[in-house]
Design a protein around this ligand. Structure first.
Ligand SMILES: [Zn+2]
Length: 438
């Protein structure tokens, strides 16, 4: 890897400065013939190609991506790497889907070699789809997270991962104890949190699978390591919610279970949150916690339609995610396409600019990582994706009919998938290059 030299990438380039629903055209920068200058793996400059190139030394290397669009690396805020093989499993809603498909699959991750194979596959699949950062669940096994971080370190990807804490309502072979979950998580934090680009998330699976004692241990970890993340699930499915209120009769609602153990905060990401009440929205807002919107999963498991406009009215921050293997695609483009459809079913609209904002800077903000990734701000880590407007026959045909940037982006989102990703760069280094399609 040569990160010492300066490289200029020339293409159409788009990146966001803020939320386009709030700030309109001043929320983004778009250069039809743009130049992105990368030095030592960091963003050095972005601008019109004619101006940028005139100011640079004549011996810099220039990579031309004509008819392509460069955007920051895509960010996925909720995904399970041990569920790669569970994807596309037929016929169940959440609780049966966990018991019949997911738990048996996760049992295999006791074997570290098995975990390493899947971790490598998983990360390559993400890169193929243009995703350079994800917030990832491991299994209950400490070695599953070691395998994951080792695979991520090899690719230099910025990843957040955590060992699942789960000590009840799961098969015995997948249960830890409050003490062992604390000890394993602590060791993983000490070894991996802020080790290179790797970050740790304390990961109680959900309220159903953790005892009072284990949730106390999660609380203890967060108080001992205040800069680690917290990830879990909430209000995905009606049966799940009924079970939670049976297990925690004293809690005001689902969120209050987590709140009682001080698991809320600006680095806390709650997947789904489809059926939250106003009080829960208020607590999420007050604590700057965020909800992760997983449209392909919510549709696939029949969980429901998250109303993101309601979250906006309630000023609850949210991000967008795949939730593979409940989700049906690794592609954030496909995920945004389904997000659009869910929003339509709620009688609202999700614009293409807002969609791409969410998958880049918006998601980076909910992860408190917007000082490092999510845009081409000077000094940011140079993670980016090269999208191909001619990746398929139908994409090519449609793009020729599109007149505005918004129309072109919308067609890219609705018709795009991994085939639309020509190349993915991680800290200035090409980590995926698509084979010729035809
Ligand atoms: Zn999930």
């Amino acid at each position: 890897m040569n990160t010492q030299s300066t490289t200029v990438y020339r293409a159409a380039i788009l990146n966001f400065l803020s939320d386009p629903d709030i700030d309109g055209e001043s929320a983004y920068q778009f250069f039809q013939d743009g130049a992105l200058v990368i030095e030592h793996g960091k963003v050095k400059e972005l601008g019109e190609a004619s101006l940028v190139l005139a100011s640079l030394a004549t011996d810099v290397s220039i990579v031309n991506y004509q008819d392509h669009l460069i955007i920051p690396g895509l960010i996925d805020t909720h995904i399970h790497y041990p569920q790669v093989e569970v994807i596309a499993s037929y016929g169940e809603q959440l609780m049966d889907w966990l018991n019949n498909y997911t738990f048996p699959a996760e049992g295999q991750f006791e074997d570290k070699a098995y975990a390493s194979n899947i971790a490598n596959f998983f990360l390559d699949e993400l890169l193929k789809c243009g995703t350079t950062t994800a917030m990832v669940f491991g299994t209950v096994h400490k070695q599953s997270v070691e395998a994951f971080f080792e695979a991520s370190e090899k690719r230099n990807t910025r990843m957040i991962c955590g060992k699942v804490m789960m000590d009840r309502n799961a098969p015995e072979f997948l249960c830890d104890t409050p003490e062992s979950s604390y000890d394993d998580s602590k060791q993983l934090i000490e070894t991996w949190h802020n080790n290179g680009r790797q970050l740790y998330a304390v990961t109680p699976r959900f309220a159903i699978t953790s005892t009072h004692q284990q949730l106390q241990k999660a609380e203890q970890l967060l108080s001992e390591y205040p800069d680690v993340y917290m990830q879990t699930h909430i209000s995905e499915n009606k049966d799940e919610m009924a079970f939670v209120s049976e297990l925690f009769p004293q809690a005001k609602d689902y969120l209050d279970v987590y709140d009682q153990y001080n698991l809320l905060g600006k680095r806390s990401v709650f997947a789904h949150g489809i059926h939250l009440n106003n009080r829960e929205h208020q607590r999420l807002r007050e604590t700057e916690s965020s909800v992760s919107f997983c449209p392909t999963s919510n549709l696939f498991l029949g969980s429901g339609l998250l109303d993101i406009k309601k979250l906006e009215q309630q000023q609850v921050s949210y991000s967008v995610a795949t939730d593979v293997g409940g989700g049906t695609s690794f592609s954030m483009l496909q995920t945004l396409s389904e997000a659009y459809k869910v929003t339509q079913l709620n009688n609202n609209k999700l614009s293409p600019l807002k969609s791409l904002y969410l998958a880049t800077l918006g998601n980076a903000k909910t992860l408190q990582l917007d000082d490092k990734i999510g845009s081409f701000k000077k000094g940011n880590e140079a993670d980016f994706v090269v999208l191909d407007f001619n990746s398929t026959s139908i994409m090519s045909l449609k793009q020729k009919k599109c007149k505005t940037l918004a129309e072109k982006l919308f067609a890219m989102i609705i018709l795009g998938d991994d085939r639309a990703v020509k190349a993915t760069y991680v800290e200035g280094h090409c980590a995926h290059q698509r084979d010729a399609i035809r």
